[in-house]
Write a new protein. Structure first.
Length: 459
């Protein structure tokens, strides 16, 4: 009866306190569907719905919420419900929750953990922020090389239920050192009487607990794995990182890079829940820097005031020149930043990139310069706008466009390398920053070219 109810209808069910019917209705829903329903309800009704979920489904739904939504929900749950929820969460999800919440709330929640979970949480939180150690879970299945396959499968049946994944089984020696990983398929298809060692190939990929999370994302992509083992400096297996956690990392890193490329500081909270002062602060800093940079453009215009006064026609093409340089620079910066992010290029490739971008800038500048030349010629023919020296003006604009676009592509492509070399995030060489830089230098190139070509005529 209640199976196909929508959010507003379920609100009515909650008001009527038909909790038994509601619990039965949502028991067949998938976690993402329940999450959408939960967020569609008024804030005061969300805890009621959440408490009706089974333990496992409640944990699954909770992990799909953003940090701010999780914090708000926790405020409306009793300690018993929170204790049950924390106990059901996977260690890596619990660690992520703790690091996202304010320190005071985290300390309160940790008092609700069992002694074993508390030791585990403190260990994971002891790793550096954004390290793989914070991301890993200690719930995995490990077997020994001297075991027969039949014994290994019995072990998996016994302990696999509590593991994060059993797609990959890890082989360790008597000291816990990782010596191989095996796909479950390999064990299932092997003869039960064979030893585990006989089906091993001793080829595996492992991560360090202190590596950055981006290392795990690249390794997962390169080796096409759903899980990767995490070891200490001695090679002892500490935990595993699974693909669902890596997807979250990739999404966060991509969002951060997009924000920086767009000319603002990274915002790690949903747009609609970000406090207004924070939203303004994150955007204002870069805008102020870019505004101060554009003041140099005004200064450059003032420096060439006499040239502009003597040849007013030059001012008509200033927006055309600086926008072309800024756009070409932004294109180049975006290409290189993305290529760096996915590992297509490294610092050592700077010379190859420079070589390609010089010729790319020359070709692109020639295309835009030709269009600019034709535009001036056509307008002169139709409207006689540029006087007797229109051909010199057209040549000035065309050559300036070649120079400005080539400089824009070169600047945009090299800035990410410079920032990476200095240890900064290449994404900080955002498109607006490159455009501002090229605006100033573009004016210098434009009026320098004009000085050579128009000297003795308009200047």
């Amino acid at each position: 009866m209640l199976k196909n109810l929508l959010g507003p209808e379920i609100e009515e069910v909650i008001k009527e306190k038909d909790y038994i019917g509601l619990k039965e209705a949502i028991s067949v829903w998938e976690p993402p569907e329940v999450t959408d329903l939960l967020l569609s309800l008024p804030e005061e009704d969300q805890p009621i719905l959440f408490r009706l979920l089974s333990r496992q489904k409640a944990a699954d739904v909770f992990t799909l919420l953003h940090a701010e939504q999780q914090e708000q929900l926790l405020k409306n749950l009793t300690n018993d419900h929170i204790r049950t929820l924390l106990d059901e969460l996977d260690p890596d999800d619990r660690t992520r929750l703790f690091e996202e919440l304010p320190a005071q709330i985290t300390q309160q929640l940790m008092t609700l953990l069992s002694p074993e979970d508390l030791r585990e949480a403190r260990k994971l939180l002891g790793y550096p922020e954004d390290s793989i150690g914070r991301l890993m879970t200690p719930d995995f299945v490990a077997i020994r090389p001297e075991w027969e396959v039949s014994r290994a499968l019995d072990h998996i049946r016994k302990y696999g239920r509590d593991a994060e994944t059993i797609n990959v089984i890890y082989v360790v020696d008597n000291k816990g050192k990782l010596i191989d990983d095996l796909r479950l398929r390999t064990l299932i298809l092997a003869h039960p009487g064979k030893t585990v060692d006989s089906v091993m190939d001793h080829h595996f990929v492992a991560l360090s607990a202190y590596d950055d999370q981006e290392v795990a994302a690249r390794a997962m992509q390169n080796y096409d794995r759903v899980a990767l083992p995490v070891t200490d400096s001695e090679g002892v297996l500490l935990g595993i990182v699974t693909v669902d956690d890596i997807i979250d990392v990739i999404e966060e890193e991509a969002t951060e890079d997009m924000h920086k490329i767009g000319g603002l500081e990274a915002i790690d909270t949903p747009y609609l829940t970000t406090p207004f002062p924070m939203l303004v602060k994150k955007r204002a800093r870069w805008l102020v820097v870019l505004f101060l940079g554009e003041m140099l453009t005004a200064a450059a215009m003032g420096y060439f005031e006499k040239e502009i006064a003597r040849a007013v026609v030059l001012a008509l093409f200033v927006p055309l020149i600086i926008s072309s340089g800024g756009n070409s620079g932004s294109q180049a910066a975006t290409l290189i930043i993305r290529a760096m992010a996915v590992g297509e290029i490294a610092l050592r490739d700077w010379w190859r990139v420079m070589h390609r971008e010089i010729f790319s800038g020359l070709a692109l500048g020639a295309i835009l310069g030709s269009i600019g030349f034709l535009r001036i010629a056509i307008w002169q023919k139709l409207f006689d706008l540029y006087g007797v020296h229109w051909l010199l003006v057209a040549e000035t604009v065309a050559l300036a466009l070649v120079g400005v676009v080539m400089w824009g592509t070169l600047s945009g492509s090299m800035l990410p390398f410079i920032l990476r070399r200095l240890g900064a995030d290449p994404a900080a060489s955002s498109a607006p920053f490159v455009a501002t830089l090229v605006d100033v230098t573009g004016l210098l190139i434009y009026f320098t070219v004009a000085g050579f070509i128009l000297s003795g005529s308009l200047l």
